[in-house]
Design a binder for this molecule. Structure first.
Ligand code: EPU
Length: 417
């Protein structure tokens, strides 16, 4: 296990490239259960290594060479996701839909809770049942079987949006018999990226980027090549780094369109953002303006940026109210930020952040992926030294964030704990 040591208050400048998106790469890897898939622009993340191990465990071949990953599960022999793998990464549940579609059966451990909330997969299961799957829960596992003749198209409505639920269902429906419609579908850009790869494999999907997807099942998919979209959350995280350190940084390759709501909030907070083709110039304003933020499904402000945005608001010029509407317990970073001198009070799903003049370095403990990023960001602006332990959470979803920050001029080091 590593820890990260930061000496704060170094102005950042220079260029950082945005890596491929974790939350696109995960469903894309699961899509390889349906037909061989080669992915490019694959980030180097622990969660992807976990998904790779899971697919290998099933009998698949996963080969990585830099940002290129070749996946072939033609010889899939063991359609199961054991507890040891699922417990470290909930997105393992994404294999359920494609396994049922391609293999007719699947055994996937129930994910259980995690640091940010309960996070059940009941909506995934209900939707698969509507397609004819027979599902039993026993011994902590979901045991699912497709009906004889395979999954059948169905009209599915999600009352509440689920991102991986939409992806799971789409991955099942592309090989089902007949038409599936999904209303109340998640519109996250990563869902669209997954759909684009499926289209390249020969799937028939319409309604991309909307909350209504129509999928006409085909009997077989073909091998394809797909570029993973850039990570909008990594881009947002680096924008906070630039804004908090009074610097001027250039990001190469952020997905501007997917970041519209995030850019709006940064501009409202006084950060100057200039969009040039595939670059974004980030310049801190004279002061951080305190503004309110409510997390929403896409195209709203993403919950995955809430913790990092809160780090920015800690040094705002007034009071900021941050409402978390997606997860019930995604405030693990608050008590750690308070250790740096931040003034934050929590009431239910709302954090009230009163801006302080300055934070000061302190030892902190990372509790989940985005919380780790938030603590690192706050430490960049704090006076003195901070030490953040348990950074393995960070490596689950950020491709060498510490190295990227060091290259921008941050005084940040990684040491074994
Ligand atoms: N929910 C249910 N039942 C379900 C599914 C979801 O109650 O069957 C609830 C969840 O507990 C949560 C809400 O619905 O309160 C939304 O959950 P959703 O299913 O949309 O989340 P997810 O698909 O599990 C993905 C991302 C998360 C991101 C959320 C929301 C991946 C691999 N994960 O999770 O990413 O926060 O969507 O946008 O795509 C992260 O990257 O740090 C991360 C947690």
């Amino acid at each position: 296990m590593d820890k990260i040591i930061i000496e704060g208050r170094r102005p950042l400048s220079g260029l950082a490239s945005i890596s491929g998106a974790k939350n696109a790469a995960l469903p894309l890897m699961a899509a390889a259960i349906l037909a061989p898939l080669t992915l490019e622009n694959v980030p180097n993340l622990r969660d992807l290594a976990t998904m790779g191990r899971l697919l290998t465990h099933m009998g698949g071949r996963v080969e990585r060479d830099g940002g290129r990953m070749e996946l072939d599960l033609s010889r899939l022999s063991r359609p199961e996701a054991p507890y040891e793998m699922v417990k470290t990464m909930r997105a393992s549940a994404l294999v359920l839909g494609p396994l049922l579609a391609r293999h007719g059966r699947a055994k996937v451990s129930l994910p259980g809770g995690c640091a940010i909330g309960r996070r059940p997969i009941d909506r995934h299961l209900k939707a698969l049942e509507a397609m004819g799957a027979v599902i039993n829960l026993s011994g902590g596992y979901v045991e699912a079987r497709a009906p004889s003749g395979g999954l059948r198209g169905a009209n599915i409505h999600f009352d509440d949006i689920t991102v991986t639920g939409t992806e799971n269902l789409m991955l099942a429906a592309v090989l089902a018999k007949g038409r599936t419609t999904i209303t109340g579908a998640a519109r996250e850009p990563e869902v669209t990226d997954t759909a684009r790869a499926l289209l390249a494999m020969g799937a028939r999907i319409s309604g991309l980027d909307t909350d209504q997807l129509t999928i006409d099942g085909v009997t077989e998919l073909e091998p394809a090549l797909h570029q993973v979209m850039p990570d909008r959350i990594e881009a947002g995280t680096l924008i906070v780094a630039g804004a908090l350190t009074g610097g001027r940084i250039v990001l190469k390759g952020p997905p501007h369109a997917a970041l519209a709501a995030v850019y709006d909030k940064f501009r409202e907070a006084g950060v100057s953002l200039t969009e040039n083709d595939d670059e974004l110039i980030v310049e801190a304003g004279p002061a951080v303006k305190s503004i309110d933020v409510t997390t929403r499904p896409y195209p709203g402000f993403p919950t995955d940026m809430q913790a990092q945005f809160m780090a920015l608001m800690t040094i705002g010029n007034g009071v900021s109210l941050i409402h978390e509407t997606i997860f019930e317990n995604r405030f693990m970073h608050v008590s750690e930020l308070v250790r740096l001198g931040a003034d934050i009070t929590l009431e239910g799903p709302t954090a009230m952040v009163r801006g302080v003049h300055r934070l000061s370095g302190a030892p902190m403990m990372a509790t989940d992926l985005r919380a780790s990023a938030s603590l690192i960001l706050a430490a960049l602006t704090a006076r003195g030294r901070s030490e953040i332990s348990r950074v393995y959470h960070l490596d689950r979803g950020y491709d060498r964030l510490d190295e990227k920050l060091a290259a921008l001029g941050a005084d940040i080091r990684r040491l074994p704990e």
